[in-house]
Design a protein around this ligand. Sequence first.
Ligand code: RM4
Ligand code: MN
Ligand code: MN
Length: 423
Amino acid sequence: MRINKGTIDQHNEANLKVHRQKFDFINGQLDNTEALIQKLVDFNVAIPSWALGTGGTRFARFSGAGEPATLQDKMEDVGLIHALNSASGAISLHIPWDIPSDYNAIKQLAADLNLKFDAVNSNTFQDQKGQKHSYKFGSLQHTNKAVRQQAIQHNIEVIEHGVALGSKALTVWLSDGSCFPGQLNFRKAFQNTLDGLQQIYATLPSDWKVYIEYKAFEPNFYSTTVGDWGQSLLYANKLGPKAFTLVDLGHHLPNANIEQIVALLMMEEKLAGFHFNDSKYGDDDLTVGSIKPYQLFLIFNELVEGMDARGMNHATDLGWMIDASHNVKDPLEDLLQSVEAIMISYAQALLVDRVALNEAQLNNDVVAAQEILQNAFRTDVRAIVAEARLRAGAAINPLQFYRTEQVRNQLINQRGNTIASGL
Ligand code: RM4
Ligand code: MN
Ligand code: MN
């Protein structure tokens, strides 16, 4: 289904008065709101194709209704989100889950929905039907060269799909590792993986990047061959200038200082970008900002500081994506909440008084430094984010629109109770 622009206008008219009061109030307290709004208008976060269906755990999956069954449906869903928030203008595909049967039709659909194709993702963590060799004991790390070769070939094919669609990056997340001590020779596993990544890297088009995603554990529970940012950075440095480290917020051991990791990766010019989500324990893939909003703000604080120090374009120089899974929420509502949380944190980070913070740091004024950060974090910027949406032609309150217009019911009427492939 497509959202009617007239219905958005009606929604905005109905919400305008209250919105104006809130916006005028915050605008009166801030300087330079116009520049801030423009940055928010420009900022977009890609949606992964696998986050549009209900997810599950290894215990159960309680499927929703009206979920997308095809790549076209998934794109339509991202189009819906983008129409409502004007901040989700890209979709990230996972191969082979999302192989297009007709590239031109898919590209046309993307153009109609005003969507771009973000990074393409390879999958060597599952065996596919008819696949010759199993990935049970890893893919690029495997002790058997034939398995490694198969995984390399798959990644090369993913790049080819991406080229046909206009993507500019390959994201490699490997589940490779081991479940028990002694199972694996760490050094040989690393070297095999590096060798495979080098062969994949060699086939990257000149304007492409490869993102090396790390993850502390799961599905392997003893060691992971790209287990942390240090290992990812080793690979990225050895591969060359087109290779970068991707930070998925849920892929760290508890209490890791992610904002510090981000600052140092940027310093080394090796930060690829993000898979945003939130978590309490592990790779929980919860709604962004639902558990640790202050951490999200601190990450954006480092991002803004680091990007400005290098004169980077906030909107385009790093890869911004959500990587979440929804077990108990409507996936589209969850994604709207996630994008909103990202925009809020970004806006708050833009409010940080950098000059004053720098001074506080130079003077070792710990109290002032904390006050400066928390002043920004405790500013209610929601009306500014809504104003950016309004100016971009989207809805003042996307979630309210989604519920009032009963978008999910409309999707159910259209699609029925389809079972989709959420993770
Ligand atoms: C992994 C990782 C990858 C994603 C898969 C589906 O945990 O986050 O980014 O491609 O899940
Ligand atoms: Mn991820
Ligand atoms: Mn993950």
